[in-house]
Write a protein that binds this ligand. Structure first.
Ligand SMILES: [Zn+2]
Length: 97
């Protein structure tokens, strides 16, 4: 008898999309929905898996790109910048286009 229990694992995991780079080479990523851990891989293909934390101390370059009150996350491990996923409801409520 086939066991359908494992079929669920075949679903693709949402991946973050690359949104560019800062002038110092820091990667800017857009979070996949509900993503909480960094999905970047190092040169050896090892998953970073660092925790994505809300980051408030970003510099002028990010302010220029995304505004002073931007919702920015940063990987604890590799320091890559993560932007919130546009499909998720922002928590700040200060979205102004
Ligand atoms: Zn990372």
């Amino acid at each position: 008898m086939a066991n359908p229990k494992y079929a669920e694992a075949e679903r693709p995991i949402p991946q973050p999309t690359e949104a560019g780079q800062l002038s110092d080479g820091t990667k800017i990523m857009v979070r996949a929905p509900r993503q909480r851990a960094c999905g970047l891989k190092d040169e050896k293909g090892k998953l970073c898996a660092g925790h994505l934390k809300r980051w408030y101390f970003f510099g002028e370059e990010i302010k220029r790109l995304y505004g002073e009150n931007a919702e920015i996350y940063r990987c604890e491990n590799c320091k890559s910048i993560y932007l919130p996923n546009p499909d998720e409801t922002p928590r700040s409520g200060t979205l102004a286009y």
